[in-house]
Write a protein that binds this ligand. Structure first.
Ligand code: NBG
Length: 675
């Protein structure tokens, strides 16, 4: 692995120099935000040194690259994990100490990019860290939402949503890549003509949105790989209309610009739920089209027009169905732009696309009204129709006369475009995210597809990155593990099993308990600072943190607490081990019942606090604005992990793994990855 020249001294000089050049300040005079930026951009410089080498290597090796398409990436803060992956935390800590700066204070200055809702987006972020750490070339592709998931305030026990303008102070980690900016076209109509006996499809009268990519480097743990997260931002091609402006029509002068730019304004705040809104369709097509155009351009640069090689050099992963329009878009580009025939293009698609399904919840299975797709994406719709026609013909051969069944499996039927059917029909691989979920997909949700193409289906249980969810968020436990079993587990987390015998080791258990207690103190402090709530750290910390959803059953947990309360107040002889229940959860703003559950939990907290005997045994804390950074303090402090989903509904769960990795005991249903 190539080493970089960032030792303690050069780190110090870099920080001093940046503060001087960009802010005209000394370290003593600079604000914490200014220091954060100076430190972060030093880390970035260090990454960029590797990045340049990695990019050259890729040009030479021409190795296969994965494109992981996802409408969500819940990255969390980057600075500390980047230092960790560069294996430079000691150097930075030491350098900052000598400059009189406390690293932990500076880390808090980084805004958290909340470009995801929950498990699906966080999984995508964990995968990026793992891919780079396993030296696998990959690019994550998504939308650069100007507003990420809303910030949650609790007012009078109820959730209030505030905008998350995470880009307000700039983003140190990203760089615009203007040479890869491209156009995405919407609306209009398609003219068909004949040229040399071949049909030509010409898209006319469309309107154009410009897609501008911003790249964020993803550094692997102690590897030479630096991958990229590419986020696409929507811009109008039109600059301000000066003639309207000159005539005093200020609003009109900027109206069209705003219409285009609204595409990457805001992340839809629904988890495991989806609604066929036109803006959302535009978001999906916007980023998949831009990504596919870039993939083709990059492929041609490295391999020319050798299309037969495409599936050997490019793998496109569709994270849930949201990026599924990548399929007809690749067909369009290969046929209309590159001149390939239908069969050749379709064959390349099949070999290139892989699809992961993340839920069986009916309300999350994506369908688009036929008319909307036809109107917004006329050429894409034509391709979908032809894909559907050929698919239904094949299905007719497999299931002659079974219209009902064919309708269920079709890409277009009953006036709707069925994204899951498109993804299954056109991918070579379809996976569920745990064994149980994979089995349900095969036996129920996609039963008929499993009959015709059983070879496509598999179950691959989700995972999490132990670099963020253990090493970064729980440094004390990390040291204890290293002192006990060495450091091999850092490269190969399976080696953590070497800890098993220490479960019975008194000295180890005492050290473990002490660390847990210190982590609990850290959480107690956070709750006090943020919400001015006092929690007794000797209570058992029992945590349920995840998106608020009926199927996840926060209500069941709350009712259990109410039962305990009733026992305490009605029976003076009843005692129990004092227990503090923490909830962390955002509810989708339009999900009334979920918001009422938050209200119920906060009401319960008040009820208990007001009862002198109940509060000796019970405490309920609803943590405001649960996000990745909060999880990083909450999870290491937890002793009980609540995983209560209605069995079959939680496709995998990944929070469950984070709690386990930090030594909490799980109370759970036999669902998803709990099994
Ligand atoms: C979620 C599931 C979780 C799973 C994550 C990641 C969606 C649509 N699905 O159980 O609910 O862990 O995906 O696979 O957000």
């Amino acid at each position: 692995m190539p080493t970089t020249q960032f030792d303690k001294e050069s780190i110090k000089q870099s920080i001093i120099g940046k503060l001087q050049r960009y802010n005209g300040r000394t370290v003593q005079e600079a604000s914490e935000q200014q220091i954060y930026k100076a430190v972060a951009s030093t880390v970035r410089d260090q990454i960029m040194q590797k990045f340049t080498i990695a990019r050259d290597e890729r040009k030479n090796n021409k190795s296969k690259r994965l494109y992981y398409l996802s409408v969500e990436y819940l990255m969390g803060r980057s600075m500390y994990c980047n230092m960790l992956n560069l294996v430079s935390t000691d150097e930075y800590r030491q350098a900052l100490k000598e400059l009189g700066i406390n690293l932990d204070d500076i880390l808090k200055e980084e805004p958290e990019p909340g470009l995801g809702n929950g498990g699906l987006g966080r999984l995508a972020a964990c995968f990026l860290d793992s891919l780079a750490s396993l030296d696998l070339p990959a690019m994550g592709c998504t939308i650069r939402y100007e507003y990420g998931l809303f910030r949650q305030k609790i007012v009078d026990g109820q959730q209030v949503e505030l905008p998350d303008s995470w880009l307000e102070n700039g983003n140190v980690w990203e760089m615009p890549v203007m040479e890869d900016a491209c156009e995405v076209h919407f609306g209009g109509h398609v003219d068909i003509s004949e040229e040399d006996g071949k049909q030509k499809f010409i898209h006319r009268d469309y309107y154009t949105v410009e897609a501008v990519p911003y790249d964020m480097p993803i550094v692997g743990y102690n590897t030479s790989t630096v991958n990229t997260l590419r986020t696409w931002s929507a811009r109008s091609k039109k600059r301000i209309d000066l003639s309207s402006f000159g005539q005093g029509k200020y609003a009109q002068a900027s109206e069209e610009i705003e219409l285009a730019e609204v595409i990457s304004k805001v992340l839809y705040p629904e988890d495991n739920h989806y609604e066929g809104k036109m803006l959302r369709l535009k978001q999906h097509y916007f980023f998949t089209s831009a990504t596919l155009q870039y993939i083709i351009k990059d492929f041609k640069k490295l391999h020319g027009a050798n299309w037969a090689l495409f599936p050997d050099k490019v793998c496109i992963h569709i994270n849930d169905t949201h990026p599924g329009l990548a399929i007809p878009e690749l067909m369009r580009l290969l046929m209309d732009e590159e001149g390939l025939g239908w069969d050749e293009a379709a064959d390349i698609c099949q070999k290139t696309f892989a699809y992961t399904n993340h839920t069986i919840m009916a309300e999350a299975l994506e369908k688009w009204p036929e008319a909307m797709v036809r109107q917004q994406l006329p050429r894409i719709f034509m391709i979908l129709e032809e894909l559907n026609r050929r698919l239904c013909k094949d299905l007719w051969d497999a299931f002659p006369g079974e219209w009902e069944r064919i309708g269920q499996m079709a890409i277009i039927s009953y006036g709707q475009v069925h994204m899951a059917n498109l993804c299954i029909a056109m991918s070579h691989s379809v996976n569920g995210v745990s064994q149980l979920h994979g089995d349900i997909l095969k036996e129920e949700t996609f039963h008929d597809y499993n009959l015709v193409s059983p070879e496509k289906f598999s179950a691959i249980t989700n995972g999490i990155t132990h670099r963020r969810w253990l090493m970064s968020c729980n440094p004390k436990l990390t040291s204890l593990i290293c002192d006990t079993i060495g450091t091999d587990w850092i490269r190969e987390p399976e080696q953590l099993s070497a800890l098993t015998p220490y479960a019975e080791d008194k000295a180890f258990r005492e050290k473990f308990a002490k660390i847990k207690q210190e982590n609990k103190q850290r959480l107690v402090k956070l709750v006090k600072n943020r919400q001015n709530i006092d929690v007794d750290p000797t209570f058992v910390f029992d945590v349920q943190s995840k998106r608020l959803h009926e199927y996840k059953r926060q209500m069941l947990n709350a009712l259990h607490i109410l039962v305990l309360y009733n026992r305490i107040v009605s029976d003076d002889s009843f005692t129990m081990e004092p227990r503090a229940f923490f909830f962390g959860a955002k509810a989708s703003p339009g999900y009334y019942r979920a918001k009422q559950i938050i209200r119920f939990i906060n009401g319960l907290a008040r009820l208990i606090d007001n009862h002198p005997r109940a509060r000796k045994f019970l405490k309920v804390v609803f943590l405001e604005n649960y996000d990745v950074s909060t999880a990083e303090v909450l999870i290491p402090a937890s002793e009980i992990s609540e995983q209560l989903s209605t069995a079959s509904k939680e496709a995998s769960g990944t929070g469950n793994m984070k709690f386990m990795m930090n030594g909490a005991v799980t109370i759970g249903t036999m669902d998803g990855a709990n099994v």
